[in-house]
Design a protein around this ligand. Structure first.
Ligand SMILES: [Zn+2]
Length: 349
């Protein structure tokens, strides 16, 4: 691992505490220096005070929360609803990332209930992408460095995307041991109690965090409290099999094996992934097309026409091309879904 720095990049004061703080605390316990940045100041989070006063109150609360987490605090770079995917914000965020040099970057889900969150995710991805590019100027100017960074996306609010579809994490972090501290850090955002009651009908933002933490814990089928993560595609960031979060958290990180199945194949269809590793669990792939066909009961298999290229085609489409689509589900009966996932990826290699 190139370094032991991790940064959480949230949209608003209290977002890190809602979605990421447990994992950040676990990384600290694993010896990481942890960094805390909300892109926006939280200036719109009040019906009682004006923008300037609210910005100041929330800055104080955020600093207190970062202090509770034991994280380095980075001041906000814009205001609420002004987190737009625009050049000046990419340059400012690039400067912070160049200073911190995180090997682990935690940020929002690319799909989330509000655009400030989704834009934060996009800005974080782009800013991290430029970390080794001298011709992209950060603001202020900071030296570039060549190192691996792995990006992880938190669960969206309500565990759903903008179109109400359920989002399932690729990995769970067991946050029970640090839950109390996470709760304390969230409680530092005192001004939000009244505001979220009014604006979003949350009885208590603390209860909302508790509910989400327990719900993700239930999804893991193992942990009481959990945060869910989806790993960003590695191109431009790190090696294909890099998973420093799983490495750092050890048994407190559970790879969601339920995702190693057809559903993921379908949703990742068209996205190129390396043939030698499973995109979910990093397990090296051993199965060959012929072996897969033995496993799945196909007998008259012919290789897809593009087998000699490294380009991936849609696995499901590959099956359709071979005339197996109608029998696909029947052929999986009784097989380990994990085995099928590996085999499907190989099939399309
Ligand atoms: Zn937010």
């Amino acid at each position: 691992m190139p370094n032991k720095n991790a940064i959480a990049i949230g949209a608003h004061p209290d977002d890190i505490e809602f979605y990421m703080a447990g994992t950040l605390l676990l990384l600290k316990k694993a010896g990481f220096e942890i960094h805390y940045l909300n892109l926006a100041s939280g200036n719109c989070g009040s019906a009682e005070y004006n923008s300037t006063t609210t910005r100041s109150i929330r800055n104080t609360e955020s600093r207190a929360a970062a202090n509770i987490l034991g994280a380095h605090f980075h001041p906000s770079i814009t205001d609420d609803l002004e987190i737009l995917y625009q050049l000046d914000l990419v340059r400012k965020l690039a400067a912070i990332i160049r200073e911190v040099k995180p090997s682990i970057l935690l940020t929002h889900s690319p799909q989330d209930y509000m655009e400030d969150h989704t834009n934060t995710s996009r800005l974080a991805v782009t800013a991290a992408f430029t970390r080794g590019m001298p011709n992209f100027k950060s603001s202020p100017s900071r030296p570039v460095a060549d190192y691996e960074a792995t990006l992880y996306h938190a669960m969206p609010h309500g565990l759903r995307d903008q179109l109400r579809r359920r989002i399932v994490p690729g990995a769970f972090a067991d946050t029970a041991s640090v839950h109390k501290t996470k709760h304390e850090a969230l409680a530092a955002h005192k001004s939000q109690q009244g505001w979220l009651d009014v604006s979003q009908g949350l009885n208590s933002y603390l209860l909302a965090m508790e509910d989400m933490s327990l719900e993700v814990g239930r999804m893991s089928k193992r942990f009481q409290h959990a945060e869910g993560w989806r790993r960003h595609l590695h191109f431009g960031f790190c090696k294909a099999d890099a998973d420093p979060l799983a490495q750092a958290l050890g048994p407190k990180c559970l790879i969601n094996k339920d995702l190693c199945g057809l559903k993921v194949i379908a949703t990742t269809a068209g996205i190129p992934v390396p043939a030698t590793f499973c995109c979910i669990c990093n397990k090296r792939l051993h199965a060959t097309p012929r072996r897969f066909l033995q496993l799945s009961g196909f007998s008259n298999f012919q290789r897809p026409r593009n087998h000699h290229t490294r380009q991936f085609r849609r696995p499901i489409q590959a099956f359709a091309d071979l005339g197996f689509e109608r029998d696909l589900h029947a052929s999986f009966r009784g097989r380990s879904i994990h085995e099928m996932h590996h085999a499907l990826l190989i099939l399309d290699a």
